[in-house]
Ligand binder design. Structure first.
Ligand code: PEP
Length: 265
C-alpha cells in the first residue's frame, strides 16, 4: 500500500444542478450522514481528508450557512479576475470569500470549451484567487482527439505553463491542480488508474521543475472524469493522485460520501 500524503481531497462539482431547496436538503442530509460516521469524521477533523463542494454561485451563501462549523468546505465554480466592474454575469473573488467560499475552480474544460476561457484568463483568475485568499483549483486536460494524436503531455504543459506564467508562490502555498481529461468528463469513460497516474505524475514533475520539490510534494493533484463510488478507491491508491474532482456522482450525498470513504483506506 502506498503511503499517501494528506489531505486526500474529495471535491464535488455540481455544475448547473440543484436549486436552493435541494442545496439545503443535500447539505442537511450530508451533515446527518457524516454525524453517524466516526471514522470519516475523525479523518476530516484531523485533516487527513478534505471535502469540498462547488455548488452554483447563487447557492454559495446557503451552502455556507449549512456547512459553517462542519468539516465541509465550499467553493465557486468560476470567478472573474477583476475585483468589480462592468462584467455582467460574473462574480469576483471577494464575493466568493464574503459568502464563505474558500476555493474556486479555474479553467474547467466546460469553461474553456463552451465559454471561450483562454489560457491567459486562467492565469489571471489563478492570480486573483491567490491574492484574494481563495484557493484556486486549476483544471487541465486533453480532448479525445489530442490524446489520440499523442498530444496529452503537450496540452498539459501548455495549460500548466500558461496558468502559472506570472505566478510566484511561497513554500507555504498548497497548489491544487485537477487532471481532467475532457473525454472522461460526464461520459462514464473513466481514465484507467495507470493513465490517470501517469498524467498526475507528469503534472507533479512539472510542478517540481517550476516551483521546486517542496511545493510539488505538498501540492494536491486530483483526478477528475467519471469518478464513481466503485472506481474511486483504485484511483486514489495511485501514488500521485491526491484526491478526486467529481461531477455527476457528487450530486447525491450518499454517493459523494461513498467516494469519500475510498479515501480512508
Ligand atoms: C467534472 O465536471 O469536473 C467532472 C469530473 O464530471 P464527471 O465526474 O461527471 O465526469
Amino acid at each position: 500500500m502506498i503511503e499517501k500524503t494528506t489531505p486526500v481531497v474529495i471535491a464535488g462539482n455540481w455544475k448547473m444542478n440543484h436549486g436552493v431547496k435541494e442545496t439545503a436538503d443535500y447539505l442537511d442530509k450530508l451533515n446527518h450522514l457524516l454525524s453517524a460516521r466516526e471514522d470519516l469524521g475523525r479523518a476530516l477533523s484531523e485533516g487527513f481528508v478534505r471535502l469540498i463542494l462547488f455548488p452554483p454561485a447563487v447557492h454559495l451563501y446557503i451552502a455556507y450557512i449549512k456547512t459553517e462549523g462542519t468539516p465541509i468546505a465550499i467553493g465557486a465554480q468560476n470567478v472573474h479576475w477583476e475585483s468589480k466592474g462592468p462584467f455582467t454575469g460574473e462574480i469576483s473573488v471577494s464575493m466568493v470569500t464574503e459568502t464563505g467560499g474558500g476555493y474556486a475552480l479555474v479553467g474547467h474544460s466546460e469553461r474553456r470549451l463552451l465559454f471561450g476561457e483562454t489560457v491567459e484568463m486562467t492565469s489571471q483568475k489563478f492570480v486573483a484567487c491567490l491574492k484574494g485568499g481563495v484557493t484556486p483549483v486549476l483544471c487541465i486536460g486533453e480532448t479525445d482527439e489530442q490524446r489520440s494524436e499523442g498530444q496529452t503531455e503537450a496540452v498539459l504543459s501548455r495549460q500548466f505553463d500558461g496558468a502559472f506564467r506570472e505566478i510566484e508562490v511561497d513554500e507555504k502555498t498548497t497548489l491544487h491542480i485537477a487532471y481532467e481529461p475532457v473525454w472522461a468528463i460526464g461520459t462514464g469513460n473513466t481514465a484507467t488508474p495507470e493513465d490517470a497516474e501517469s498524467a498526475c505524475r507528469f503534472i507533479r514533475e512539472r510542478l517540481s521543475g517550476r516551483f521546486g520539490s517542496r511545493i510539488s510534494r505538498t501540492a494536491r493533484i486530483l483526478y477528475g472524469g467519471s469518478v464513481k463510488p466503485d472506481n474511486a478507491r483504485e484511483l486514489l491508491s495511485q501514488k500521485n493522485i491526491d484526491g478526486v474532482l467529481v461531477g455527476g456522482a457528487s450530486l447525491d450525498p450518499e454517493s459523494f460520501l461513498r467516494i469519500a470513504d475510498a479515501a480512508l483506506s
